[in-house]
Structure formats: C-alpha cells, structure tokens
Design a protein around this ligand. Structure first.
Ligand code: PMP
Length: 288
C-alpha cells in the first residue's frame, strides 16, 4: 500500500472549472487548506475507463466538506463531470483519480470566513503491479481520533496526520500497515483501509462510528450478504484479530486485501471467504 508516485506525471488536471497542464495545477502558499487542513479529498479507481462508484465518492466529498464547515464550489453533477473530463483527458483505462477541495488564500488565521473553495481532480495511471499476497499489520500507539475531536465520517486531510504517523511507525517495525484502535481500545481501521475479521464462517467488521465508513467496506458487506454470508458490524478488540480465521482489508486502492499476520500472530494460510470476496469484488468492478 505504497503511494502512487507523481514524478513524471504530466496529464491534464481539472482545476477550478477547466483542464490545465499538470505543472499549472498549483495553490498559493497562503492557502487555508495548507495551514489549517481545511481540505477534503477522495480516491476513486477507474476500471476500463469508468470511475467506480463515482456518485458515492462525489457525495462523500461534498459531505466531508460540509463536516469541515465549507461547501464545494459546484453541485454533484458538475463534480461528476469534472472527474469524467479529467479521466477522459488523461485517457488511461486503469487509473486512480484524486478529487481534492481546499479552502483558499484570502485569510491567514483560524477563522476561514471569507476563503474561497478550490477544487481539483488529478488522474494517475494505475500501475500494473502484482497483488501483495498477504500484508502484515502492527498495532499502532496512535489512535483514530474520537468523534468529538474530528468528524469521523469526513475524508479530510486532518485525519491523515494520524494515519501517516501510524504507517511510519508500522513500517519502521517491519510491517506493511498499521492497525489503529480508537480511544476506547476497540479496533478502528488500518491507515487507509477498513478491516474485516472472518471467524466461524461469519464476517465481522468494526462499527464505523470512528473509522471512515469506506465505500469498499459498504460494497463488500453487500457482496458478502448476497453470497449468503452472515455479516455483523460490532465492537472488535485486538484479541479478536489474533483469534481470527481470516483477516482482510478493504479500500478503493487495495480493494480486498488479505492480511497474513496481525499484531505478531500469523493468520491461517487458508482464506476461502477472503478469496471468494476478492473474486466477487473483481467481477463487480470489471463488469461490462
Ligand atoms: N479508512 C481510511 C482512513 C481511508 O483513507 C480509506 C480510503 N479512502 C478507507 C478507510 C477505505 O475507504 P474507501 O473504501 O471508500 O476507499
């Protein structure tokens, strides 16, 4: 789950109403979004030229801005068109789109009143890389912010300070990703993905009251139920991960990603439920 490099990227970027060259998609150093994290974003996968779950990502971007107290400069239809224009202009069949909205440079201070709102959509080709067979998770000392510290449903830059600290620590410990608990000690999520446990044939996932309620998470819950699996959203403790039959992560970028070891304990190599959900997700995203 390493980041996508932007070195060498040159495709057009949709910025504030139209397409501009990659090099011209810049913001001012006084931007409120930069100083005060007045910034929200999305990650969207493009499969066969089509952005997957475009409407839901646009709705979440708008809701994330609302949670931080600002409005996007356009409605959902225009936002969708901006993403589609950027995707078409870049021409990659397999891609990742990063829509981002931030508060502008009219004010330096804490009160963003009077700032403009900027909107961009960047497109990067999705690299052909072999799927990681199973990732390892280290328990982080950093906790996902409680709902009275940061708005939990918002995909907002402020949350990713915690995510980046946790990921750095996990990588330093030789693991691929971090497992973040919430303030109460319950399992929240990984640095940029939701977590699922398979135990006794049932699929369990933390209640998303603190974690981001991922679009992939919702899709996989629906796919699992459609396949007759029992899915429960419930409080999970670190012990539940060690006792799991299978563990997997979900997210736009990692899709359905098996976990090979968590918190120092190796998971069983057999993961039939995970494999069936990987196949179901692949079929859905690559459908017609
Ligand atoms: N949690 C966090 C912190 C994330 O950054 C992401 C990726 N957007 C997810 C969960 C998964 O969300 P989605 O399935 O909507 O990509």
């Amino acid at each position: 789950m390493s980041g996508l490099p932007t070195a060498g990227a040159s495709g057009p970027v949709w910025l504030d109403g139209g397409l501009v060259e990659w090099e011209r998609a810049r913001l001012h150093a006084a931007s409120f979004g930069l100083h005060n994290a007045g910034c929200v974003f999305e990650g969207i996968r493009v499969y066969g030229g089509r952005p997957f779950e475009l409407r839901r990502h646009c709705e979440r971007l708008s809701a994330s801005a609302g949670a931080l107290g600002f409005e996007l400069p356009c409605g959902l239809g225009e936002l969708e068109r901006a993403v589609l224009d950027a995707v078409t202009a870049n021409g990659h069949a397999e891609a990742y789109v990063r829509p981002v909205a931030w508060q502008g440079d009219e004010v330096i201070g804490i009160d963003p009143h009077g700032t403009s709102v900027h909107l961009a959509a960047l497109v990067l080709p999705w690299p052909e890389r072999p799927r990681a067979s199973g990732v390892t998770l280290a328990q982080s000392r950093w906790r996902r912010a409680p709902a009275d510290v940061l708005p939990p449903g918002a995909k907002a830059s402020c949350h990713y300070v915690t995510g980046a600290l946790a990921l750095r620590e996990a990588r330093a410990a030789g693991c691929d990703d971090a497992l973040l608990l919430d303030r109460r000690g319950y399992v929240a999520e990984a640095s940029g993905a939701n977590l699922f446990v398979v135990r006794g044939g049932a699929v369990l996932t933390p209640i998303a009251d603190v974690a981001l309620d991922g679009i992939t998470r919702q899709t996989v819950i629906a796919l699992a139920r459609r396949r007759g699996l029992t899915v429960r959203e419930e409080r999970l403790l670190p012990e539940d991960l060690r006792a799991a039959d299978e563990l997997f992560l979900t997210g736009t970028a990692c899709e359905v990603q098996p976990v090979a070891a968590a918190l120092g304990a190796a998971l069983p190599e057999e993961n039939p439920v995970t494999r069936s959900l990987i196949a179901a997700y692949r079929e859905l995203t690559r459908a017609g």
